[in-house]
Design a protein around this ligand. Structure first.
Ligand code: TUI
Length: 319
């Protein structure tokens, strides 16, 4: 059995399955988070640039949609100017689980651990993983650069086992995990759970524009590009006119301000307006493995049922 009764991620979160939904900016709202939580995973609301009053409403909405006894989370994007306000909202609303990304979560741990909040930082290196463990993190998400959005530079395949060896807290594997094969791979690398983002963009309950979902469904192996590398904050999204323009400006060594300005408002354009040419279609490389829109609960159940089948067949010669 891959999924055992003593799984530390399930125990920590109080979920049926050891799966955390990625805190995707503009995408991860109350609808998505509640569907994932009700499906047996940990649904997560993204507090990227959301004003605190709107964020608080979103949390209250999720609470009303999630079945009693099921946990949910809030993702605080630490590079965001609203990160401190989001932290206060998390404290006031007694959000059960907080995940963090794109920075060092020291302040989050200091503020929330005394309240009993479970804090799970997303990290992209072994040094960061060791540091957050020392600071009191309950678990850590090791995110490889196959992931969508803001990424580090190491692949899931090499990052996960190194972090699993370096820390004692449970490790959750992210970046490229979209099906049962990915779950088995994650466990083989030493993880005890997975964080999944891209696969959930294509669930029934996700409210992104249908054009965005179709772009994910149409993606192939080389459909994503990394923009913003020259600025020091690489972001993976599906290739389109916007990523081509990023590539042109970056190859011409345009001023950083001009490159930064190109990205402004583009995630909203993709998610809300369905602009697949000039919107920022943040997505992981696993988009190529996403082929149908299903309810979140079915995605989760299929993922773990397939994982058990895959595990029982590991090592068999392909027919
Ligand atoms: O945070 C993410 N992915 C994201 S955040 C995001 S929002 C956005 N919106 C517009 C433009 C750009 C981004 C989209 N995707 N993933 C988690 C993650 N965290 N990956 C890497 C890291 C990370 C990086 C540095 C974690 C810690 C860290 O620490 C720095 C330090 O000082 O130790």
């Amino acid at each position: 059995m891959l999924l055992r009764e003593d799984n530390r991620v399930c125990k920590l979160l109080g979920t049926k399955y050891p799966i955390i939904q990625g805190g995707m900016a503009w995408v991860a709202n109350a609808e998505l988070a509640s569907a994932v939580s009700n499906g047996g995973g940990l649904g997560v609301i993204a507090a990227a640039n959301t004003p605190p009053d709107i964020l608080e409403q979103e949390i209250m909405k999720a609470k009303s949609m999630i079945e009693p006894g099921r946990p949910f989370g809030l993702n605080i994007m630490l590079m965001s100017p609203t990160a401190e306000a989001a932290l206060e909202v998390a404290a006031r609303q007694r959000v059960p689980v907080v995940t963090t990304g794109a920075g060092s979560p020291g302040k989050v741990l200091e503020r929330l651990k005394p309240l009993g909040t479970i804090v799970i930082p997303v990290v992209a290196s072994v040094t960061q993983a060791r540091r957050v463990e020392k600071q009191g993190a309950d678990a850590v998400v090791a995110e490889g650069m196959e992931a969508g959005g803001h990424i580090g530079e190491l692949t899931t395949m090499v990052l996960t086992p190194q972090i699993a060896q370096a820390v004692k807290i449970p490790v959750v594997c992210a970046g490229g995990v979209a099906d049962g094969r990915g779950v088995v791979a994650a466990f083989a690398l030493g993880a005890e759970g997975v964080q999944v983002g891209t696969r959930f963009i294509c669930c029934d309950e996700c409210t992104v524009h249908m054009n965005y979902k179709k772009a994910v469904l149409d993606a192939r192996d080389r459909s994503t590009a990394i923009t913003g590398q020259s600025l020091g904050h690489p972001v993976r999204c599906l290739r389109n006119k916007l990523t081509a323009e990023f590539e042109r400006l970056e190859s011409e060594r345009a001023p950083a301000s001009e490159i930064e300005a190109l990205g402004t408002g583009k995630l909203r354009a993709a998610v809300v307006d369905g602009d697949t040419d000039w919107g920022s279609l943040m997505s992981g490389q696993s988009a190529a493995m996403v082929s149908e829109i299903l309810p979140a609960k079915t995605i989760i159940e299929n993922m773990f049922a397939d994982a058990e089948r895959v595990l029982s067949r590991v090592g068999e010669v392909k027919a």
